[in-house]
Every structure is written in structure tokens, then in C-alpha cells.
Write a protein that binds this ligand. Structure first.
Ligand code: PMV
Length: 329
């Protein structure tokens, strides 16, 4: 008999960034982070357990993946096999619904969807909080994609894996949205895993980053309680810039920026100076994400179109947490 799990997870963009691990094997972070789940970008994954399979098989967007890619997935699924006390292999079929021009990394939604599908396939009934600790072991940012809205990933204590999990802070149903300005759709040159490690190991600014991220998180959670969009935006922009400044202090220096990233940042500043609140954040790549009020998105979009093409601009509403899919979805 074949057991199947199917799950959808949306990607998320950190407003308080995660950059650096205190435990590389367990993916335990140096600081807590906070993100916004996005509706426009998601992954659908099915996991089919099949006792006839001798190894796991992994298909991404319909294409069978090579040994190395499959190995990463197998290692992740081993966590579920261990919990279920099972040795059965699986066929994994994953579809990324990310506009091709976006060039957004999909690891956050990918591992959250895989965790959700594996949970069902092996009939483990893990709750969302526990599932977020499993997703974390695939990629740190996946921890947060288990939930929708504004989500905190608490750093946890010491080497205790279960203590480092996601929590939904707020459903973000108060006029929030995000525009992604796609600068470059090519795969990033330096993975976040390598970039983080280099920053932690060599940047003299790193200890300051950790202290600042802690302060920013406290201030942001207060702003969220008050539904203070301006404060939320100001902290988002400042925190993202501090992360990139910390990277510049690494040896060799790390920068994910391109000239058009700066062009986008300046354009957003200009729109803001003309009276519409909007704020930038960037991750381990050149794309610029603009946090704004959903109700002002089309005005901002009109202004951004003066500098960028239509297919470089992708609007997103707030996304929901993981959901199990039925056969027809
Ligand atoms: O967990 P990863 O490998 O997707 O790394 C995420 C790193 C950042 O996107 C830069 C920050 C974050 O918190 O998402």
C-alpha cells in the first residue's frame, strides 16, 4: 500500500534577519528572527511512500533530480523515517510556483512543504510547532514558512533542538503587502550557508549584529502590537542594512548587491520622500523587496515602473501557513 502526503507552503521574507548559526549541524541560529509570509510564492510537494523503491526519487517541476540534489532531500527525510521508525523510501514531487523572473530562492517554502507532506505520509501527526523544528533542519528560513502572517523564529536555548521553533505573532491582516523588485534571476554565487559561516567566523562586526538584531526584534514586536506600520518599516529597513554591513566586514568581504539594487533602493527612498511610506529589505541576493501598505501598492507600482519593467515587479499579499492539499489541488 502506498501512503501519500501533499502539502503547500508559502515563502517568507525576513523583516528581522537570520544570519549565522551557533550549531551548524542542528541549524540553530545566533539570533531570533521575524518574517512576513508571502502569498505570491509557494511550493506544492507530494511525498509518496513506496516499499518497492530502493532509493528516494526526487522530481522538481517535473524533472528528475540528480544524485546530489536527491541526497539532500533524503537526508532531510531521514529525520521523519527515524521518528516513524521506518525504512521505506519515497517519491517526492515538488512544484515551485515562483514567477520565473523573480529569482527568489525557494528553499523556505520547499522544506516547509516537504516537512508538511512527510508528516502526513508517515502519519506522524506532528503539530505545527514541532514541524517547524523539522523544517529548520532543511533550511533555517523554512522554520518560519510553517505559519502565515508575521512569524517569529525563536533562537531557543543551547543545543536543544526543540527549543528553536516558529511562532505566529500576528496574522498581518492590517494593510500590509510586499513588492519584489527582481534584479537578477540567476542562482546566487555564494550560498547563504557559506556566506553566514564566513561572516560569523571573520566579521569583527558580527557580535554587534547579534546585539542589534535582539534589540530590533523587541522593538518590532512592540510595533506589531501597536499595528504601527511606519515603525515596522523603519526597523525592517534598518535591520536588513545592518545585516549587509556585517557581511561587508567579513574576510573576504561579502556583497550580494548589484548596481540595480542600489537603483531600486534609491527609487524607494524617493517614493517615500514624496509621502508614501515604503521600506526596503534584501537577502542573500541582489533582489530588493519593498514592504508597503497593501492599499498603496498600486501607487508605488506606478512609480517603480518609471525605473523597472513590468515583469521585474511582483506584488504579493500576506500568505498563510502550510496546508494539506487534496488530490484535486
Ligand atoms: O535559511 P536560508 O539558507 O534560506 O538563509 C536565509 C538567510 C536570509 O534570507 C538572508 C535571512 C532570513 O532570515 O531569511
Amino acid at each position: 500500500m502506498k501512503q501519500i502526503g501533499r502539502c503547500r507552503a508559502h515563502t517568507n521574507i525576513a523583516l528581522i534577519k537570520y544570519w549565522g548559526k551557533r550549531n551548524n549541524d542542528l541549524f540553530l541560529p545566533m539570533n531570533s528572527s521575524l518574517s512576513l509570509t508571502l502569498d505570491a510564492f509557494y511550493t506544492d510537494t507530494s511525498v509518496t511512500l513506496d516499499s518497492k523503491l530502493e532509493t528516494d526519487e526526487f522530481f522538481l517541476n517535473g524533472t528528475k533530480q540528480d544524485k546530489d540534489e536527491t541526497k539532500k532531500i533524503s537526508r532531510f527525510l531521514d529525520l521523519f523515517r527515524q521518528t516513524a521508525n521506518s525504512e521505506v523510501h519515497a517519491k517526492i514531487e515538488s512544484y515551485n510556483h515562483v514567477p520565473t523572473a523573480a529569482g527568489l530562492a525557494s528553499s523556505a517554502s520547499a522544506f516547509a512543504a516537504l516537512a508538511g507532506a512527510a508528516n502526513t505520509a508517515w502519519q506522524l501527526n506532528l503539530d505545527k510547532q514541532t514541524l517547524s523544528t523539522y523544517a529548520r533542519r532543511g533550511s533555517g528560513s523554512s522554520t518560519r514558512s510553517i505559519y502565515g502572517g508575521l512569524v517569529e523564529w525563536t533562537m531557543g536555548e543551547g543545543d536543544i533542538s526543540e527549543s528553536s521553533h516558529a511562532i505566529e505573532i500576528d496574522d498581518a491582516s492590517w494593510d500590509i503587502g510586499m513588492i519584489v523588485i527582481a534584479i537578477n534571476k540567476h542562482k546566487k554565487k555564494l550560498s547563504s550557508r557559506v556566506g553566514m559561516k564566513l561572516t560569523v567566523d571573520t566579521s569583527p562586526f558580527y557580535p554587534v549584529w547579534v546585539t542589534e538584531a535582539k534589540k530590533d526584534l523587541i522593538a518590532m514586536k512592540e510595533a506589531i502590537k501597536r499595528k504601527d506600520f511606519i515603525k515596522l518599516g523603519e526597523i525592517t529597513e534598518s535591520n536588513g542594512m545592518k545585516m549587509h554591513a556585517t557581511m561587508l566586514g567579513a574576510t573576504p568581504p561579502i556583497s550580494y548587491w548589484e548596481p540595480d539594487s542600489v537603483k531600486a533602493i534609491n527609487k524607494v527612498k524617493e517614493i517615500r520622500n514624496n509621502g508614501i511610506p515604503c521600506y526596503v529589505t534584501m537577502d542573500a541576493g541582489p533582489n530588493v523587496k519593498v514592504l508597503c501598505r497593501q492599499s498603496q501598492m498600486s501607487d508605488i507600482l506606478d512609480k517603480l515602473k518609471e525605473s523597472f519593467t513590468n515583469d521585474q515587479l511582483i506584488c504579493s499579499a500576506v500568505g498563510e501557513g502550510i496546508k494539506q492539499l487534496t488530490d484535486t489541488e
